[in-house]
Design a protein around this ligand. Structure first.
Ligand code: DQA
Length: 149
């Protein structure tokens, strides 16, 4: 990870409908709310010495803008683009601007689900991908980024 800027600052982006976690299809996504996931990340971040900022949006353009600005402020990105994973060339192009590790994460195992979820617009340009470990996948991603410092 680059050493000249905000070395221990990681951005976590949650895409559309993830604000509904807790009540959204609990059999698929579990019962933790997004707030609880974010709190757990903050606690883990403290242990790891990483400042964690989280952002959720249901709007593709807002996610694009957040990714664009991330290069100035952060040194790592964990992103669950949710449904935009499967469709968004715009988010892909924004991620291509970044010069630090990006981890793609999905709560569910997308490969056990509808075929349209098997395709990701970003898997071939991210550092790594975590899928199917529930909300714990976010913790796995943060631990992985910590190892890269
Ligand atoms: C998801 C999987 C996507 O296919 C879906 O559209 C989501 C959530 C996941 O975390 O498992 O909204 O990214």
């Amino acid at each position: 990870m680059s050493s000249n800027k905000n070395n221990r600052k990681v951005l976590v982006i949650h895409g559309p409908n993830l604000n509904m976690l807790g009540t959204r299809e609990p059999d698929t996504y579990g019962t933790l709310t997004l707030e609880e996931i974010n709190q757990d990340l903050a606690v883990l971040g403290k242990k790891l010495g990483i400042e964690v900022k989280t952002f959720q949006s249901n709007h593709e353009g807002e996610i694009v803008e957040k990714v664009q600005k991330a290069s100035q402020e952060y040194s790592g990105l964990i992103i669950n683009p949710a449904a935009y994973t499967h469709t968004s060339i715009a988010i892909r192009d924004a991620i291509l601007l970044l010069d630090f590790p990006v981890i793609e994460i999905h709560i569910s195992n997308v490969y056990k689900r509808d075929e349209f979820r098997h395709k990701s617009m970003i898997s071939d340009i991210v550092h790594g991908k975590i899928t199917g470990f529930g909300a714990y996948g976010y913790q796995m991603a943060l631990n992985a980024i910590a190892q890269m410092h």
